[in-house]
Ligand binder design. Structure first.
Ligand code: 26V
Length: 828
């Protein structure tokens, strides 16, 4: 009997959800997949076999999701992002497949410790920080909420560099994350697509007699898709993340082979593969690197082609494209997708320009993630025209028509028209990608209320004046699956015991904890959880970094990329000032709250000042940590290579969350939300999502300090002179003098001179102006922390009032306000 007939759905293999079923599958993978038996298997063999076994259990749902999607043809979201900072996959897959207990027991029966295998997983670090991690949280939420969606990005062979410290200085090592195998990906070389670059544009007469233009690329590469499962929690969909890897085309090889130059052909291979070789580790100052533009075009061209040719059914009428897709542009990195879609419609499908623009305009939405002017991407016309000549023409035409439209609305305001041009003229003629995105998008959003306001009022004010309804806000969020349920099992169990487990997919239910803030027994257990989390990170830091910390101190944590605007130096000045006061007897040691100051931060390899600040943190740390006069009351812990995995144990242990950027500079922050949801109190400025955190948790449960954004603007306007603060603030002077004296550099005054003189003479982000306010706020922290019961009460309230910061809520906001898509459960 034939298994598959025309009118029956082909069967999908299923897996037995039992300890025995799992054990059988696991041994089969070990024997037939890895080719080893249990006695001879290495930890990596066992990890790979287990990972493959676990993914089998998600396969039915994945296939069903795809099948369902093909049937219903529901509108999807394509999240275009140059970064997806996924973190380890195993725990999330176990959670999504509800296999945690089964796997632990099954492995234990074979004498294998699940935790040992968990440690073998190398996290895919395919992102720099907040922006990439946000993308990972969003796709988790979309799958959990059953929203048809696909993530499109780049499969970098090397992710964010591995940070090491040599004598306290950052040294970068390549992140060879694929070295031991990558069991979570599904390569599809047979589905590779071709992407062109360079060459020229030519005019020709088409069959219909119309004169058209077409691009003749000078060279091309193949994009090979690698699929990753994005499993929703519990019974949710298993969506797809499709990352592209670059390979040389055969045509490319052949041409050169025919010329007899074998070595040259191999070089061509390398040249092509360079495109997806490495993630650029800069996260704020675009260098205008050609390879980066190649990466951007490479992945969006692959993705658009994939969606149009593979995802859509054959013969689909592209005039109805907006009914099937919305491309969400994660910052400006994928914005070249706009002229690419125009090129496909006009040049390849033969559409009229107006027709194509009408459709294209409905297919994109744009999220801006920054406020720093230097972070806005601008591509020199010379470079763009050389790499993508047809796209440059298309951009020029989009701009011409846009400017003509503006001139009609503002006939006497040529200045304004020029300000809004997609093409900048100085210092070189260049394409402003944020403007192109804004012109093409149905909606433009910032990532927190204040950020969206500043976008409207400052960065894109002319555009907001012209299209007031285009601008909107979607405050960021984080996935409660990874950042509470998995990373903080103690808290999760306590919360679930109190209010049930509905919070995992409906985080607003945390508000049910409010009354328990006043319950002494609940508080005692809440503290017990925090204490256990501190012991856990203490063990991790000892084993991972050889760092010794004391679990019975206040854990004061600042983890984020090293950047001047985030002001790690402000926190350092507080530490140095405390140290100076204790060692000179200005305050008594017994009056100092025992604290562990934890830092985690990578600096962009070319960011010299940021690297000096890292060196200084380490230097201050080694001095303080080894000074017997402090009797271990103050410790600085700066583990190298802060990443998602470390965040998952560090954040749940924190008492105090440091969110101290200069007001008006941090678009949102998402670490701030993770800390809140794990029961830390925040010391922070009125910046990014801190504003909303404070409003929700209440002033009395948040340590606010510092200049507000308007005050910053005014001070800078008046002329900011950091040295004036040095002159008039004795504590500040002593702290800076101590650093300058060489006290942390073995007497060598030259080592940290650049950091000190930058603060005294430039201080672009007003650290000195906020110093006193920060120190005062820290005094309020000490006072509050001394009242253990009340501190715990406030910590509980932070959890209870943090439900808003679920990325599920962010997704709901995008869906309602921007995407207008609908959930489709896999089996519905
Ligand atoms: C910019 C660039 C510039 C070119 C070089 C490579 C590169 C890579 C990433 C970026 C993006 C910088 C913007 C960014 O990461 N923004 C962060 O986005 C978070 C999520 O919305 C937000 O929470 C942070 O406040 C914001 O800094």
């Amino acid at each position: 009997m034939a298994l598959v007939t025309a009118d029956t759905t082909p069967p999908i293999a299923t897996r037995e959800h039992t300890v025995d079923g799992f054990t059988r599958e696991f041994l089969r993978e070990l024997n037939f997949g890895q080719g080893v038996d249990l006695t001879r298997a290495s930890v990596n063999d066992k990890y790979l076999a287990m990972a493959r076994t676990v993914r089998h259990y998600l396969m039915t749902r994945w296939i069903e999701t795809l099948r369902r999607q093909a049937e219903l043809q529901a509108k999807s979201v394509a999240y275009l992002s140059a970064e997806f900072l996924l973190g380890r996959q195993l725990d999330n897959a176990l959670l999504a497949s509800d296999l945690q207990d089964i796997v632990r027991e099954g492995l234990a029966n074979l004498g294998i410790d699940l935790d040992e295998l968990r440690e073998a997983e190398v996290e895919p670090g395919l992102g720099n920080g907040g922006l990439g991690r946000l993308a990972a949280c969003f796709i988790d939420s979309l799958a959990t909420m059953n929203v048809p969606s696909i993530g499109y990005g780049i499969r970098y062979e090397y992710g964010i560099f591995q940070q090491t410290f040599v004598d306290g200085r950052q040294v970068e090592k390549p992140d060879d994350w694929l070295r031991l195998g990558s069991p979570w990906e599904f390569p599809h070389p047979e589905a590779a697509v071709t992407v062109g670059f360079g060459g020229h544009v030519e005019q020709y007469q088409a069959d219909d007699g119309v004169v058209r233009r077409r691009w003749v690329p000078g060279w091309s590469v193949l994009g090979v898709p690698y699929n990753y499962m994005v499993p929703g929690y519990a019974k949710g969909r298993v969506n797809t993340l499709r990352l592209w890897s670059a390979r040389a085309t055969h045509a490319f090889d052949l041409q050169i082979f025919n010329s007899g130059d074998y070595a040259e052909a191999v070089r061509a291979q390398t040249f092509a593969e360079n495109i997806s070789k490495v993630l650029y580790p800069e996260d704020s100052t675009p260098q205008g690197k050609e390879l980066r533009l190649q990466q951007q075009y490479f992945f969006v061209a692959c993705s658009i082609k994939d969606f149009v040719d593979q995802v859509l059914p054959e013969g689909y009428d592209l005039h109805r494209l907006p009914e099937r897709i919305v491309f969400q542009l994660n910052d400006t990195h994928p914005v070249i997708a706009v002229p690419e879609l125009m090129r496909v419609l006009v040049d390849e499908k033969g559409w009229e320009w107006d027709e194509a623009w009408a459709v294209t305009k409905q297919c994109f939405a744009y999220t801006c993630h920054t406020l720093l002017p230097e972070a806005l991407e601008v591509w020199p016309v010379e470079l763009l025209g050389r790499l993508l000549p047809r796209h440059l023409e298309i951009i020029y035409r989009i701009n011409d028509e846009f400017l003509a439209e503006l001139r009609e609305t503002y006939p006497n305001d040529e200045l304004r028209v020029r300000r809004m041009s997609i093409i900048a003229e100085y210092p070189v003629r260049a394409v402003r990608m944020a403007y192109l995105a804004t012109v093409a998008a149905t909606k433009v959003n910032g990532v927190a209320e204040l950020h969206s306001q500043l976008l409207r009022d400052k960065v894109l004010d002319d555009f907001a004046g012209y299209w007031p309804d285009k601008f909107t806000n979607v405050t960021n969020g984080v996935t409660p699956r990874r950042f509470v349920k998995l990373s903080n099992p103690g808290l999760s169990d306590l919360v679930t015991e109190a209010i049930g487990d509905g919070w995992v997919t409906d985080l607003d239910q945390l508000s049910g904890l409010e009354p328990l803030a006043d319950d002494a027994e609940f508080r005692r257990r809440f503290r017990e959880v925090k204490q256990a989390n501190k012991r856990r990170i203490t063990d991790v830091l000892a084993a991972r970094d050889g760092i010794e910390v004391h679990p019975d101190t206040m854990f004061d944590v600042m983890v984020k990329r090293l950047h001047e605007y985030k002001r790690q130096t402000l926190k350092l000045l507080h530490i140095v000032s405390l140290y100076e006061k204790v060692t000179t007897g200005k305050i008594r040691l017994e009056d100092v709250t025992p604290r562990t100051f934890a830092f985690g931060a990578k600096a962009a390899p070319g960011y010299v000042l940021a690297k000096q600040i890292i060196h200084l943190i380490n230097a201050v740390g080694s001095t303080i940590n080894s000074d017997p006069a402090l009797e271990g009351r103050l410790t600085v812990a700066f583990p190298a290579n802060y990443n998602v995995t470390l965040a998952e144990t560090l954040i749940p242990a924190a008492d105090l969350s440091e969110q101290i950027s200069l007001a008006g500079k941090e678009a949102s922050g998402t670490g701030n939300m993770k800390f809140m949801l794990n029961g830390a109190l925040t010391i922070g400025t009125d910046d990014g999502a801190n504003v909303e955190i404070r409003r929700l948790v209440g002033d009395e449960n948040f340590f606010l300090f510092g200049l507000t954004e308007p005050q910053v603007a005014e001070l800078v306007d008046r002329g900011y002179h950091p040295s004036a603060y040095y002159e008039t603030n004795e504590d500040l002077r002593h702290a800076l003098d101590l650093i300058a004296s060489g006290a942390f550099s073995g007497g060598d005054r030259a080592v940290f001179e650049p950091v000190v003189s930058n603060l005294l003479n430039e201080d672009r982000f007003l650290a000195l102006a906020d110093f006193q306010a920060y120190v005062d706020a820290q005094a309020r922290v000490d006072e509050a922390y001394a009242d253990t019961e009340d501190w715990t009460r406030r910590a509980v309230l932070n959890v209870a009032r943090g439900g808003f910061f679920s990325s599920d809520r962010s997704m709901r906001d995008y869906i309602d306000g921007i995407w207008h898509t609908h959930p489709v459960p896999p089996g519905s």
